[in-house]
Every structure is written in structure tokens, then in C-alpha cells.
Design a protein around this ligand. Structure first.
Ligand code: PEP
Length: 254
């Protein structure tokens, strides 16, 4: 890391399509009680539960946001949520380009880039997910895939915008599979991503938070977060278990 630049760690929870009013309330209560504030944190619940989080997290340092957004302002887009709606309920972060959105809902790099543009224009923080599939890793094209995914956004928003973007590197083969990338495997890709940004602007690269995601657990968090280019985590399955998620957040010293 560049001398004098400290990136505060960020740990985010992706609840995906899980939870209900009572299980959410229990999770939030346990999280508020156990979280020691040593990192920034954000929760991405299903969109219909955003008002519940807005209410429960009022006055706390815990941020929240939606798992997906439409880039248009309004109109005939059945089933979609726009940025003004997310802002109405105090969302600060917006998850963009999660691999499940890319794989199951056909989100291309171009669509993901449009969403990042819209989130930035609204003054919110995009958490941009990138990462390779197992097939791509085995074919030796991990770096190429990550570069393509970053470039699609970079060409639309420019390098300065990356001061406001959080990147989540999530190898698709590690998401929901129980297979965490080793700290060294993750660090290698994080370092590559930071170098990509540094080639455009070293000062911006030194500030950009790059999170790791993919089966993070309390037992693996500390070693991952201890890597020089890993600035926290995006956590799926383990974020639905209060004790586990509290331990992951509290493992982030910084
Ligand atoms: C995710 O959904 O972003 C994720 C990383 O999930 P999991 O932690 O379950 O692998």
C-alpha cells in the first residue's frame, strides 16, 4: 500500500433471496449487539425489506442497500426498482453485477456499466462485483476476464470515479460452494486489479476498496483480510448466521 494511505475495511452482507420479517429482526438485533464497529459494514437484504432495515438501523453506523437496481429513472419496467426509490429509504450502497445477476438474469458488462453510471449519478456507492468462473480460471483467463469487467465500467465512468466505487472480487467457483479462494489466490487477483487501476491513476488505485467474496467464513476471514490488497469481504451464506457474520465483521481490524 502507498505510504500514508489507509483503506478502512468494509464487510458487506448479501442476504440474496432469503429471510422474513422475524428472522431479519433477529439477525439485525444480534448484529447490532455484537458488532464492534472496527470496520465499515453494509447489508443487502431483498428490496422489500429495505424499510425494515431503514427502521431497525436508524441511528446506527450500519449501512444498507439493494441487491440490484435499474438504470432508468422510471417507467414501464415491471418488477424493477429505481435509484430514487432506494434513496427514499436511505440506501447508501447498491450491489451491481453480482455473478448471479450476470449468469441467471443475463446482465452483460454493458448493462452493469450502465448501472454503475446511474448509481454514481445518484450520489450512491456502487459495489461492483467481478470474477471468473471455474472454466475461465482453468483456462488461465482469470486476469483477462477481470480486466474486461473493469474496463467495461472504466470506459464509461473514467478512473476518478473509482474513488467512489467499491469493487468486490468474487470468483464464481467460490460463491456458495464452500470453496474459499486461498488468501494467496485472492491476493494475487486483488493485486492485479489494483495494478490495473494504478496504470490509470496510482492515487485512485491506492484508495479504492477491493473486497473479496466467495464462501467467506469466520474461520477464513482474518487470513483473507490480512492480505495487503484485500479490504474486506462480501459475504453471502455466512451473513445469514448472526454469530458467524458478527465474527467476520469483528475480524476486520481497521
Ligand atoms: C455472495 O453472494 O456474494 C457470496 C459471496 O456468497 P457466499 O459467501 O455464500 O459464497
Amino acid at each position: 500500500m502507498e505510504a500514508g494511505i489507509m483503506r478502512r475495511l468494509l464487510v458487506a452482507a448479501n442476504w440474496k433471496m432469503n429471510g422474513d420479517m422475524s428472522s431479519n429482526a433477529a439477525l439485525l438485533a444480534a448484529f447490532k449487539a455484537g458488532f464492534n464497529g472496527s470496520a465499515d459494514t453494509a447489508i443487502f437484504p431483498p428490496a422489500v425489506y429495505i424499510p425494515q432495515l431503514a427502521d431497525s438501523l436508524k441511528g446506527s453506523a450500519i449501512a444498507y442497500g439493494v441487491q440490484n437496481i435499474h438504470f432508468e429513472e422510471k417507467g414501464a419496467f415491471t418488477g424493477e426498482t429505481n435509484l430514487a426509490m432506494a434513496q427514499d429509504f436511505g440506501c447508501q450502497y447498491i450491489l451491481v453485477g453480482h455473478s448471479e445477476r450476470r449468469e441467471l438474469f443475463g446482465e452483460t458488462n454493458a448493462i452493469v456499466a450502465k448501472k454503475v453510471v446511474a448509481v454514481l449519478a445518484a450520489g450512491l456507492i456502487p459495489m461492483l462485483c467481478i470474477g471468473e468462473t471455474l472454466e475461465q480460471r482453468e483456462a488461465g483467463v482469470t486476469e483477462q476476464i477481470c480486466k474486461e469487467q473493469i474496463d467495461a465500467v472504466l470506459t464509461q465512468v473514467g478512473i476518478k470515479a473509482f474513488e467512489k466505487i467499491v469493487i468486490a472480487y468474487e470468483p464464481v467457483w467460490a460463491i456458495g460452494t464452500g470453496k474459499t479462494a486461498s488468501p494467496e489466490q485472492a491476493q494475487d487477483v486483488h493485486s492485479f486489479i489494483r495494478q490495473l487501476l494504478a496504470a490509470e491513476d496510482a492515487a485512485v488505485a491506492a484508495k479504492t476498496r477491493i473486497l473479496y467474496g466467495g464462501s467467506v467464513k469466520a474461520s477464513s476471514a482474518q487470513a483473507l483480510f490480512g492480505q495487503p490488497d484485500i479490504d474486506g469481504g462480501l459475504v453471502g451464506g455466512a451473513s445469514l448466521m448472526a454469530e458467524e457474520f458478527v465474527a467476520i465483521c469483528n475480524a476486520a481490524q481497521g
